[in-house]
Design a protein around this ligand. Structure first.
Ligand code: ATP
Ligand code: PH2
Ligand code: MG
Length: 208
C-alpha cells in the first residue's frame, strides 16, 4: 500500500491510541541504521513465499491451538503474528514468516529465525529498547514501520502484528488468505488490547 493511502488511517490510529508519530519515526530511524546487507532478507524472498500462494495467517487468540489441529497446512505459506510463533514452534511448525514488534516469546522467535523464518521486525515508539536488544540476534530481517518508509524499513500497511500479516500477504499477492487464531471480539484481554483488536477488525475487514 502506498504511504499516501495509508497515512490518513495512521493519523486516526495515532489519535485514537495516543501514540506519537515523532517517536514512531525515531524508532524507524534507529531500526534502519541497524540493518544492512548482512542481516536483511531481500523483498524477493517475501515475493517468492507469498505471490500466488495460499497463505495461512496465524494470530495469537486462544482458539489457534484447536484450529491448527483441524487445518491442513501442508504446502501453504505460514505467516505467524508475534505470540503465535511460540504456539507453532511448540507444535514443531517453523513459520515461513514472523511478523513481530518483539513483545512475544523472543526465545522461540529467534529459534525459528535460526531455522529459516524470515522475520518482519516492526519499529514503533514503544519498542526501541527491544529493537536494540533483539535485532543484533537476528538474521533475514525485513524492517517495518507504521510511518514513513526508510532504507530497509518498509510500510506494507497495517497496525498491530496480526493485521500487518494480512496486509503483507495482500501486498505480495497471495492467491488466498486464511486466518487462524483470530478472535477480534475477544473480551478476555486488556483494555489497550481491545482497542488494538477493534482496529484489526476494521483494517482486515476493509482489506479482505
Ligand atoms: N483474541 C486475540 N488475542 C490476542 N491476539 C489476537 C486475538 N485475535 C487476533 N489476534 C491477533 O494476534 C496478533 C498477535 O497476538 P499477540 O498476543 O502476540 O499480540 P501482541 O504481540 O501482544 O500484540 P501487539 O504487539 O499486536 O499488541 C495480534 O496482533 C492480533 O492481531
Ligand atoms: N507507538 C506504538 N505503536 C504500536 C504499538 C505500540 O504499543 N506503540 N503496538 C503495536 C502492536 O503491534 C503496533 N504499533
Ligand atoms: Mg507484538
Amino acid at each position: 500500500m502506498e504511504f499516501k493511502q495509508w497515512e490518513p488511517i495512521y493519523l486516526d490510529i495515532l489519535e485514537d491510541m495516543g501514540f506519537s508519530r515523532e517517536e514512531d519515526e525515531q524508532a524507524a530511524i534507529i531500526l534502519s541504521r541497524m540493518l544492512d546487507k548482512d542481516n536483511t532478507a531481500d523483498l524477493s524472498v517475501l515475493r517468492k513465499l507469498i505471490a500466488g500462494k495460499s497463505v495461512i495467517v496465524c494470530g495469537n487468540a486462544p482458539c489457534l491451538k484447536d484450529q491448527l489441529e483441524v487445518t491442513d497446512i501442508s504446502g501453504k505459506t505460514i505467516i505467524a503474528a508475534d505470540g503465535a510463533t511460540a504456539v507453532l514452534v511448540d507444535r514443531g511448525i517453523i513459520p515461513d514468516i514472523i511478523v513481530t514488534d518483539l513483545d512475544g516469546d523472543l526465545e522461540k522467535e529467534i529459534l525459528a529465525n535460526k531455522r529459516g523464518s524470515v522475520v518482519v521486525v516492526h519499529a514503533h515508539g514503544d519498542n526501541i529498547d527491544k529493537l536494540e536488544r533483539y535485532v543484533p540476534l537476528m538474521k533475514d530481517i525485513i524492517g517495518s514501520t507504521q510511518s514513513v518508509p526508510l532504507v530497509n524499513v518498509y510500510n506494507f500497511g497495517g497496525f498491530s502484528d496480526g493485521d500487518r500479516c494480512v496486509f503483507l500477504a495482500d501486498e505480495f499477492h497471495a492467491s488466498e488468505i486464511k486466518l487462524l487464531g483470530f478472535d477480534l471480539d475477544d473480551v478476555n484481554v486488556t483494555d489497550i488490547k481491545k482497542k488494538k483488536l477493534i482496529w484489526a477488525k476494521k483494517l482486515i475487514g476493509d482489506l479482505l
